[in-house]
Design a protein around this ligand. Structure first.
Ligand SMILES: Nc1ncnc2c1ncn2[C@@H]1O[C@H](COP(=O)(O)OP(=O)(O)OP(=O)(O)O)[C@@H](O)[C@H]1O
Ligand SMILES: [Mg+2]
Length: 369
């Protein structure tokens, strides 16, 4: 195959999206009425990524993980994992599918107390009938060796430390070599040092090709992931906002998210924004563009700046011309008064922006203004 054909293939096939959620809603029916736990969730996750799910208690993190695991069904929308429409699968089918495709790690380990660490690790192989019976023990021992707890193979869960129990639970999750690991608060019952160890294990697994989705309350741990999904009251905050303003609390992020708007600009096309617009600032969420400022109907090319994904442009007294050098997506955050931010909240947002302004490599249009 010559290079040209190869390039063509690359452009046709998108990177593998191992997990896709489209317009997912989950409503619980309780004695006091309907409770929407997840609202219009859209997620697309490439394989080989460490993704954290962050949010306050009750924000819907476990509900999200349970939908991804097929433990629960969405009220509406689609959940497509590793190519399977799991929202359409029957309970019986899902159990076998899950055993082969997903490893699940829980906060309280959920190891069977009457089985040794080794037997706990072999359990998923027995359940799914994976590998020959004679091979299972060796595969389990190899996994325990990788997790550095082989010498605890014959021990029972209650006789080993919490950190070692979580390592055993991770070994069990890996037993059938699933492409995806889902972990609900895997460090929630561990001290910070042991929690750090678990994250390091996850990082290694991800570099060997696994996709890991991990729920946590801890922003410092969440920050070590390649992507952060932040939930607030069942709503997924725009990821670009989360990335840019992770140090701010969810209340501010949710206000900024609630009325933000997304624009698409195709490669080669331009778009004008003026100070009269309702935007406070913009985030270039995808693609690349150049930015010029128009003064008295003249676009001042001298001020042309190249922007890439993640860059923030603060609106000021100018007409801005965005020219997409690649297909672009821009998120527009409305003026503080439109989203009812208090003076303190406005200051907090501006502090983050100006702090980043001082770090090199990030472009801000205010520098030009
Ligand atoms: N089976 C259920 N029936 C009714 N309501 C439920 C059910 N499961 C969860 N909820 C509600 O849905 C919301 C989201 O719950 P979820 O367990 O997903 O939150 P969470 O983010 O995992 O919280 P935590 O950090 O405390 O684990 C909560 O308000 C919860 O009370
Ligand atoms: Mg939970």
């Amino acid at each position: 195959m010559n290079n040209r054909n190869y390039d063509l293939r690359q452009s046709i096939y998108e990177p593998t999206q191992i997990m896709v959620m489209r317009h997912v809603n989950k409503t619980y029916h309780t004695s006091v009425g309907k409770f929407p736990a997840l609202k219009n969730i859209n997620i697309s996750i490439e394989s080989g990524k460490l993704v954290s799910v962050l949010g306050k208690s009750g924000s819907g993190k476990s509900t999200l993980i349970n939908l991804m695991a097929g433990i629960d069904h969405p009220s509406s929308g689609e959940v497509i994992i590793n190519g399977s429409d799991i929202h359409k699968m029957s309970e019986g089918k899902i159990a076998v599918w899950r055993g082969k495709n997903l490893g699940i790690v829980f906060q309280f380990f959920q190891l069977l107390p009457t089985l040794s660490v080794l037997d706990n690790t072999m359990l998923p192989m027995d359940f799914c009938g994976t590998y020959r019976k004679t091979e299972r023990e060796e595969i389990a021992r190899n996994l325990l060796r990788t997790l550095e707890i082989e010498d605890l193979s014959e021990s029972f869960p209650n006789s080993i430390s919490a950190g070692h129990q979580q390592c055993a639970a991770i070994a069990r999750a890996l037993a059938n070599d699933p492409p995806i690991i889902l972990a609900d608060e895997p460090t929630g019952n561990l001290d910070s040092k042991t929690g750090e160890m678990v994250i390091n294990i996850f990082k290694k697994l991800v570099s060997s090709g696994k996709t890991i989705i991990m729920v946590t309350h801890d922003r410092k741990l969440a920050n070590q992931a390649q992507r952060i999904l932040l939930l607030r009251d069942g709503i997924l905050i725009n990821e670009s906002l989360t990335n840019a303003f992770l140090e701010l609390n969810e209340i501010i992020l949710a206000k900024m998210d609630s009325k933000s708007e997304t624009f698409e600009v195709n490669a080669g096309k331009s778009m004008f924004f003026s100070a009269k617009e309702r935007s406070w600032f913009w985030i270039l969420t995808r693609g690349a563009m150049t930015l010029s400022i128009e003064e008295k109907n003249i676009v001042t090319d001298a001020l042309k700046t190249k922007l890439s994904a993640g860059d923030i442009i603060v609106n000021s007294d100018h007409v801005y011309k965005f020219t997409a050098t690649e297909d672009c997506q821009i998120l527009s955050i409305p003026l503080p008064e439109i989203i009812s931010l208090s003076n303190i909240e406005i200051m907090q947002v501006e502090q983050v922006i100006s702090r980043n302004l001082n770090t090199s490599g990030v472009n801000y249009a205010t520098e030009l203004a």
